[in-house]
Design a protein around this ligand. Sequence first.
Ligand code: AMP
Length: 439
Amino acid sequence: MSFSSLGLSEQLVRATTDQGYETPSPIQAQAIPAVLSGRDVMAAAQTGTGKTAGFTLPLLQRLGENPRTGKGPRALILTPTRELAAQVHDSVNLYSKYVPTKAAVVFGGVKINPQMMKLRKGLDVLVATPGRLMDLYQQNAVRFNEVEILVLDEADRMLDMGFIRDIRKILSLLPAKRQNLLFSATFSNEIRTLAEGLLDNPVQVEVAARNTSADNIKQSVYPVDQSQKTALLSKLVRDNSWDQVLVFTRTKHGANRLTQKLEKDGITAAAIHGNKSQGARTRALADFKAGEVRVLVATDIAARGLDIKQLPQVVNFELPNVPEDYVHRIGRTGRAGESGHALSLVSADEGKMLAGIERLIKKQLPRTEVEGFEPTNNLPLKPKAKADPSRARARNGNGGNGRPGGKPRSFGDKPGGRSGGRSQNGGGQRGRSAQRQSA
Ligand code: AMP
């Protein structure tokens, strides 16, 4: 299958070729024709499935069918976080390289005046976080009367983060006649209620929950006492020569503390979470991408949607409270068919969380103890039925490093890869009410 066979124009196909995409990903194959047909779409898809191109490419094509007559925006894309907004905007710019569509992004944490100026100049596509968009609206800097297409990206996160009132307010301000696209990783009752009020006879699109059982991600658990986690992480970074590792903590405070300790150990690190200014977050991400910072420490919500290409290594310094977040976290590695390694440092008090994760992903994760870091309390961590591999030494070559250059990029048609139908866990992701904490 090719992008042009989905009905996309030559200019848009050329932009995907420039990105090195060979074939549409499963979500793109389903979503692109649906959006092009003008119907509302409700899509279950996580970050990393190619969903951004899945809604951006057909959106650009539809906008291209008629010229802009006013100042716009004609398409409004709402995202939960500043980082995701910036990334979606980057993607819109990449895909609209050969078409005259103009795009802009607005989010909080930075000055509002330059954003007002941008809006005044006129634009077709506006990517926004809900809070800042409402501020701009209240200051008469943006109008919604020309909106033809609305996209809610990562709708579940927007609700988790408490944006429902802003979203409902924005919806009430939009023209009644428009196309609505709702993308969400999970479908809780709250999302379904939102979808029912928003979407008119939508095309439903669903692809495998990303990476829940993907063969290209090696997952392992390192049992270790809480007090030894930082020292073990430093050792692993050094011994394995990890140059780029994303580390998850449960709290913002924990992220800061860990970053400081790693720096003290001589390992360059930066934290990214909700308490950091936008400038600090952007800088941390840029330094990490440029290879100037080896370890990026993030909380779940801050990391959501970060598009860091070909990340070989993800570490859970602490397990997430919500098992679904584990799947999101490990989805940061092994992207687009590359191999990756997700490793969790688990202390005895996290036994219950580990059990919840293993139930969700329907597999027992192999345990590996590291010499000198054997836990004093390793109670619930041992697999019951299978032979106990926990005495095996931590290995060096973990399959995560030394990846090839990357292009051309393909979501792959390999069995067990991301392209096929649904994973054994796809259903397990849905309909759970998740109690998340703020990042
Ligand atoms: P997303 O799920 O939109 O965050 O996209 C995840 C990653 O996949 C991004 O780095 C995209 O550039 C990349 N990508 C999107 N579509 C394709 C495709 N058809 N083939 C290969 N890579 C893609």
